[in-house]
Design a protein around this ligand. Structure first.
Ligand code: GAL
Length: 369
């Protein structure tokens, strides 16, 4: 009996020992598994946090390194830039300091919000032709050479461009040797003496020519003032059905500061309680169809104003603002597209930013003439 009890006790002890050892082993295995799992998660978090600066470095340096793909799978040699397109990261907004999307979901184009290589590829595939309209009338002819030379260097590089030059002095148009796939069309217009007449007829002529000619020759129209210089890249990122450019003078201001037309008897009237942005006349555009609609509407409104003996406070710009308030643009160019340094210093907001995209720059001499 005593022997039986002793055997039973021994068996029980042995079982408990086994159970304890099993539990110990299980805890050890769980701890190891947990450690590896946590480590993986931490690594993922670290990658997420360090990711953007890597991307920025790659973009900043613009390095194109030849990698032997043999290291990866076969012996093909490809460019790293082709492999590593700037991958969008849902958790990292491209710009944290400014609005990049309007409430009607139109992108606002700022430096660092787009990858020009992807866009170039898309627009080249569509065989896009862009028309650039400009008016060089009377004394404004002096700006045309710089306008064209800078456009040759920085406007829509790599794409087909037609320059449409409206002028009262066709013989004074500088004869430049244009890049391949670019042509210049000189269109003679009347010599209007008043700025208001020039601006009114600018709208009229663009709309007339859109229907008669541009519709058959180009896909997009960009309408620019002649006293601007393309001092940096202006490419297909600006193209959309209808686009306007934010006036740098009203950057960050509320609508009460916008110089809209507030007199109700003008066709450009905008009530004090309305307004999204203040757009500048110096740079707008879109598809030929949309530019036709815009310029036709503005011209008709200006004609009604003229018949009623009223001139909107900023002429065609007031009408453009009214149009874009009620026909929301599908893309908006940030004031980076039309900035001049004195204004930058004045606002102090973007002063320290890398001046990479200040493509179109207003030439102050225009106002001195
Ligand atoms: C001025 C500009 C004018 C007009 C005005 C609107 O800075 O020279 O052309 O845009 O702002 O308030």
């Amino acid at each position: 009996m005593a022997e039986l009890l002793w055997t039973l006790t021994k068996k029980l002890k042995c079982n408990s020992l086994l159970r304890v050892s099993f539990l110990l082993l299980l805890t050890l295995a769980l701890a190891l598994f947990g450690y590896r799992f946590l480590k993986l998660k931490m690594q993922k978090l670290e990658t997420m946090l360090s990711g953007p600066s890597m991307v920025v470095r790659e973009l900043d340096n613009q390095q194109v390194v030849n990698l032997s793909r043999g290291e990866l799978d076969n012996q093909q040699v490809v460019k790293v830039s082709e492999l590593l397109h700037f991958q969008p990261n849902l958790l990292l907004p491209s710009r944290g300091d400014v609005l990049v999307l309007t409430p009607w979901l139109a992108p606002i184009i700022w430096e660092g919000t787009f990858d020009i290589d992807i866009l170039n590829e898309q627009f080249l595939l569509q065989n896009t032709t862009i028309g650039l309209t400009v008016f060089a009338i009377q004394k404004h002819m002096v700006f045309l050479r710089l306008f064209l030379e800078s456009a040759e260097k920085n406007f829509m590089v790599g794409h087909r461009v037609n320059y449409y030059i409206f002028t009262d002095q066709p013989d004074s148009v500088p004869r430049l040797t244009l890049k391949e796939d670019r042509q210049m069309v000189v269109l003679q217009v009347q010599n209007y003496s008043r700025l208001y007449d020039i601006s009114m007829h600018r709208m009229e002529m663009i709309s007339n020519l859109s229907a008669q000619r541009f519709l058959h020759e180009v896909d997009y129209l960009v309408c620019a003032d002649v006293n601007v210089k393309f001092s940096n890249h202006v490419g297909v990122e600006i193209l959309s059905s209808l686009f306007g450019t934010l006036h740098p003078g009203f950057f960050g201001l509320t609508r009460s500061f916008f110089s809209y037309e507030h007199r109700p008897h003008s066709q450009a009237y905008i009530p004090e309680s309305e307004g999204d942005f203040y757009y500048i006349r110096a740079f707008f555009g879109g598809s030929v169809r949309e530019v036709y609609r815009l310029t036709k509407a503005c011209h008709q409104a200006m004609m009604v104003d003229k018949a009623n003996g009223i001139e909107a406070v900023w002429q065609d710009e007031s009408h453009l603002n009214k149009y874009l308030l009620y026909h929301k643009p599908t893309k908006i160019l940030s004031p980076e597209y039309l900035m001049d340094k004195p204004l930058l210093k004045f606002s102090g907001i973007l002063e320290n930013r890398k001046q990479h995209y200040i493509p179109v720059r207003k030439n102050h001499q225009a106002h001195q003439l």
